[in-house]
Write a protein that binds this ligand. Structure first.
Ligand code: NAI
Ligand code: 13P
Ligand code: ZN
Length: 353
């Protein structure tokens, strides 16, 4: 008897384009959401998007509550939950980069409320995913969370954000190549649950982005369009898989460990890009696609070395040798790299001198 079943939860409305920031009120109306929202944002996104969107809500007779968070932590999720309960809100709107959106996503899941995702940076592929990524002591959890009811991505805002945020989003997508290699390996060796559709979508998204790399240039609003669509497609792959596997393999473990060893040194996307160069080498050796990944990153101005990340060589080695402990996720790193092997891959790929 066939007993398999799955739930794929995706946004109902995806609104992308120039000036769509002013359509958030219409999207809420279309979703028949009643009552007050709680905006979850961080300082700069508050200025560029949350305050103007709040003014639109006020003009429509709705008084939003606003909470500003600085870091993606479980304490921040708790604080948002407390504010939501104290203010009697009925849905959440995450406005900002990956951290603000993750916190809104996790809080709305706990509160059993809907949430909208309003990215102000094309810097990460959590915009539509049903996962939240939060550090917790020595680990980094990928937590099942509420997917957004709707996404409103204003390409005008995204194109005006600092260029490195967009190149970080591109690198987060390019890292899908190695994330999928790790997923297939884990399926073969550990029989982990695997979706050919999600894997194919994730790889195709990276391929389309790389094929359109010449459209990705600073100051060009079309770049924000191309990158945002790729970020959404990658997020949909995660939602189809019911796991971040299609977009997160050993290169992400490396980045999560750098977040612990060198907090705030570099953007998530940039770290996973550099990780991806090295894990591609580990998968396929000197003649594999590691050079293509490095060149694709370089072509969109993303870092390809430890120095460009602003991280010293020894921290890279420490991250490589310890990051398999971050979570129980089987990857090419197996039960861990020793120091010589880590130095070898980092040197041969030019990540360290
Ligand atoms: N849940 C998921 O599936 C995924 C989650 N993530 C998570 O997302 C986070 C990384 O996201 P990021 O956006 O790189 O970090 P972030 O949220 O810290 O944003 C980076 C910086 O950009 C600023 N910023 C955002 N929009 C801006 C604008 N328009 N103008 C000027 N500054 C602006 C933010 O205030 C922040 O200082 C990590 O915690 C990562 O684990 C990443 C990918 C997938
Ligand atoms: O960043 C992600 C995908 O790009 C997902 O994050 P996790 O590695 O925490 O699942
Ligand atoms: Zn990522």
């Amino acid at each position: 008897m066939f007993e398999k079943s799955t739930w794929i939860r995706l946004p109902r409305n995806v609104v992308v384009g120039h000036g769509v920031r002013s359509e958030v009120v219409d999207v809420v109306d279309d979703l028949h959401l009643q009552g007050r929202p709680l905006f979850v944002t961080s300082p700069t996104p508050r200025e560029v998007a949350a305050d103007p969107i709040a003014a639109d809500f006020e003009a429509a007779g709705i008084e939003p509550a606003i909470v500003t968070i600085e870091k993606a932590t479980f304490d921040a999720v708790e604080r948002v939950i407390e504010v939501a309960e104290a203010e009697g809100v009925s849905y959440l709107v995450g406005i900002g980069g990956g951290k603000a959106i993750d916190i809104a996503k996790l809080a709305s899941h706990h509160l059993e409320m809907g949430f909208l995702s309003v990215p102000t940076a094309a810097s990460h592929d959590g915009i539509v995913s049903n996962r939240g990524s939060v550090p917790d002591g020595d680990s980094r959890h990928s937590v099942a969370a509420e997917p957004p009811l709707a996404v409103v991505a204003d390409t005008g805002i995204l194109a005006e954000a600092p260029w490195e945020l967009t190149t970080a989003g591109c690198a987060d997508i390019i890292s899908n190549y190695t994330a999928v290699m790790d997923w297939r390996l884990a399926q073969r060796l550990q029989d982990v649950e695997y979706s050919e559709y999600a894997a194919a979508l994730s790889e195709m998204t990276a391929e389309i982005l790389v094929d359109n790399a010449d459209l990705i240039r600073p100051g060009l609003e079309e770049s924000a369009w191309v990158v945002t669509k790729a970020l959404m497609s990658s997020g949909v792959a995660m939602s189809i898989a019911g796991s971040s596997r299609p977009a997160s393999g050993a290169e992400h473990l490396f980045s999560h460990q750098l977040d612990r060893l060198a907090p705030g040194a570099a953007l998530h996307g940039h770290q996973v890009g550099v990780g991806s160069i090295m894990t591609a080498y580990l998968h396929q050796g000197a003649d594999g696609i590691w050079r293509a990944i490095r060149d694709a990153l370089a072509s969109i101005d993303a870092p390809t070395t430890a120095a460009e990340l602003g991280i010293d060589d020894e921290t890279v080695i420490e991250a490589l040798t310890t990051c398999h402990e971050i979570r129980d996720r089987y990857t090419i790193l197996g039960s861990g790299m020793n120091e010589r092997a880590a130095r070898d891959v980092a040197t041969k790929t030019g990540v360290i001198d």
